[in-house]
Design a protein around this ligand. Structure first.
Ligand code: AMP
Ligand code: ZN
Length: 147
C-alpha cells in the first residue's frame, strides 16, 4: 500500500491524522495517496470499516471535492470486499457531521456497517410531514442558496 508521507493538511491532535501518519496503529485494508480505509476499533458488526480522506477536515462540506470523488470511487470495491468477507446481507453507509449527528471523531469518515437480518441495529427514523406550503418554501430557499 502506498504510504501517506505528503499529506498537507493534518491536525496533530486528531486521532485519525495520527493513524494516517502511522503514529498509532490501525487495521488498514486500503490506502492510496488520498484516502485510507481501516477496520473500526469498536465495530457494530464484524467487518465494520471506516474510510477517511488523509487530509484533515472535520466535516463533509469542508472536504476537497476531488478528494471526496477519489474516496467515492473506492466505495463500491470496499463494499464488495466487506460483503464477500462477512457474507452480510447488506450494509449501511453512514457519515456523521457534527456532534449533534453523533460524530465523535472530528475527522471526516464514512462507515460501512455490515447488516444481517435481526441484528438489532438501526435508526429511529422518526418521519414527519410538511405542513401545506412548507416544502415549497424550503425548496425555494434551497434553490436560492444553490444559486
Ligand atoms: P463517529 O461517531 O461517526 O464519529 O464514529 C467514530 C468511529 O471511530 C467509532 O465507530 C469508533 O469506534 C471509531 N474509532 C475511534 N478511534 C478509532 C481508532 N483508533 N481506530 C479505529 N476506529 C476508531
Ligand atoms: Zn484529522
Amino acid at each position: 500500500m502506498p504510504q501517506g508521507g505528503s499529506v498537507v493538511n493534518t491536525d496533530p491532535n486528531c486521532i485519525f491524522c495520527k493513524i494516517v501518519a502511522g503514529q498509532i496503529p490501525a487495521m488498514k485494508v486500503y490506502e492510496d495517496e488520498a484516502i485510507l480505509a481501516f477496520l473500526d476499533i469498536g465495530p457494530l458488526a464484524e467487518g465494520h470499516l471506516l474510510i477517511i480522506p488523509k487530509e484533515h477536515a472535520e466535516r463533509l462540506e469542508e472536504v476537497n471535492p476531488d478528494v471526496l470523488a477519489q474516496l467515492a470511487r473506492q466505495l463500491p470495491r470496499l463494499a464488495r470486499a466487506v460483503l464477500s468477507v462477512t457474507q452480510a446481507a447488506g450494509y449501511n453507509l453512514l457519515q456523521n457531521n457534527g456532534r449533534v449527528s453523533g460524530q465523535e471523531v472530528p475527522h471526516v469518515h464514512f462507515h460501512i456497517i455490515p447488516r444481517a437480518a435481526g441484528d438489532g441495529l438501526g435508526y429511529r427514523w422518526l418521519a414527519s410531514k410538511y405542513p401545506p406550503g412548507r416544502g415549497e418554501e424550503l425548496q425555494k430557499k434551497l434553490l436560492e442558496a444553490l444559486g
